[in-house]
Design a protein around this ligand. Structure first.
Ligand code: 13P
Length: 390
């Protein structure tokens, strides 16, 4: 009798457990069928369409200010607005660019003629996006490793940004390599967690998350193989957590670094960069992700194009778009041409569109040169910590 009762209570416990497990599985499954899932997939596929990339123009007011001041333009709200108006109204930009990432201030700004920036972008066929992280903070320790902030109130902010016209978002996590002890397990896990939780919140609120794990190009003579090793490890952790958090992979875009050797090592050829980068992506990024949009990360404008071209020659049948989400590699010469002068407006727009066209061609393996900005050095910037983004 006692044995029978024991058996019954064991069975009840097992049934109870399996019900709980079934519930968990269903919840994960249901989240893939969430209200926004179909729209997110379409938006991500649109942005990752063949021959197009993203214009990253989401620098914080502080970083934009430094860039403007480097060409003698004062860091005022109206000058930041004018600079972004120059970018977004460039004639023909939409032939080569399918998304533009904006800073919060810019998302709500208007052009001189009163049109909202989001409407100008949409009229060019460019989806407006928004940087939603609030910048880097130093992690404990003496290595200068960072975590990214911005999860607080993120759901509410996403709702407001979507209402204003944003269709996708960006969150940049930076992982430092090239120094003994870097990256620490804490940095890898913490940044993977931040990206996954951010992506989950964005999808819940109707924004396609650009997931940006940047294994940053920094000082040191570390090899391209070392960058590839850590990049593979970091991306694999990120993908694992995206899965854990029920993120729909068809409804995200990835924005990683290309694999490059450290700044004090000899520069790698485009072929070497392409081999190491494609191998890393093949090992760690599922084909369900529609687009891999590389950041320029300090490469010169020409280097960014040539490396992208080599990537597409290396993997012409890659399961994802191998394309660009460049900030500095699209903006640097554009800004130097403008210098805040009305008379240079059209010439600056022309150089932006030429750079976008070159990268668009490279994204389908069709860039034959010459490059609009040949030569040119690396476009490096210090890591900004303490808030407000890059
Ligand atoms: P860069 O292309 O200048 O690296 O910027 C891309 C970006 O958005 C980094 O967060």
């Amino acid at each position: 009798m006692q044995a029978k009762m024991q058996l019954r209570s064991q069975r009840a416990a097992t049934v109870g457990r399996s019900r709980v497990q079934t519930k968990v599985v269903c919840r994960a499954f249901n989240s893939m069928e969430s209200a926004h899932a179909e729209e997110l997939k379409k938006t991500a596929a649109y942005i990752a369409q063949k021959g197009k990339g993203i214009l990253a123009s989401d620098e914080s007011n502080a970083t934009t200010g430094k860039r403007l001041e480097s060409v003698g333009v004062e860091n005022t709200e109206d000058n930041r607005r004018a600079w972004r108006e120059l970018l977004y109204t460039a004639p023909g930009l939409g032939q080569y660019v399918s998304g533009a990432i904006m800073f919060e201030e810019t998302l709500y700004q208007t052009a001189r003629d009163g049109r909202q920036f989001v409407d100008i972008l949409l009229s060019q066929g460019i989806y407006p996006g928004i940087k939603v992280d609030t910048g880097l903070q130093i992690l404990p320790g003496d290595k200068g490793e960072t975590t990214t902030q911005g999860l607080d109130n993120l759901a509410d902010r996403c709702k407001a940004y979507r209402k204003q016209g944003a269709r996708f978002a960006k969150w940049r996590a930076v992982v430092k390599i090239g120094e003994a002890g870097c990256p620490s397990t804490t940095a890898v896990l913490e940044n993977a967690h931040g990206l996954a939780r951010y992506a989950q919140i964005c999808q819940e609120n109707g924004l396609v998350p650009i997931v940006e794990p940047e294994v940053t190009l920094g000082p040191g003579d570390y090899s391209i193989e070392e960058t590839a090793f850590w990049s593979e490890r970091v991306y694999s952790h990120v993908m694992r957590l995206l899965n854990e958090y029920g993120v729909v992979l068809e409804g995200i875009l990835l924005k990683p670094n290309m694999c490059l050797p450290g700044l004090d090592a000899p520069v790698a050829t485009p072929k070497e960069v392409a081999r190491a980068t494609v191998r890393t992506m093949m090992r760690s990024i599922p084909p369900a992700v529609p687009g891999i949009h590389f950041l320029s990360g300090g490469m010169s404008e020409e280097e960014a194009t040539l490396n992208l071209q080599a990537l597409n020659e290396e993997a012409p049948n890659a399961p994802w778009a191998l394309t660009f989400s460049y900030g500095r590699a699209l903006q640097s010469s554009t800004l130097k041409t403008w210098r805040g002068q009305e008379a240079n407006w059209a010439a600056a727009q022309d150089i932006l569109v030429k750079l976008a066209k070159a990268n668009s061609e490279a994204s389908v393996g069709n860039f034959k040169g010459p490059h609009p900005v040949p030569g040119g050095g690396r476009i490096l910037q210090a890591l900004r910590t303490g808030g407000a983004g890059k």
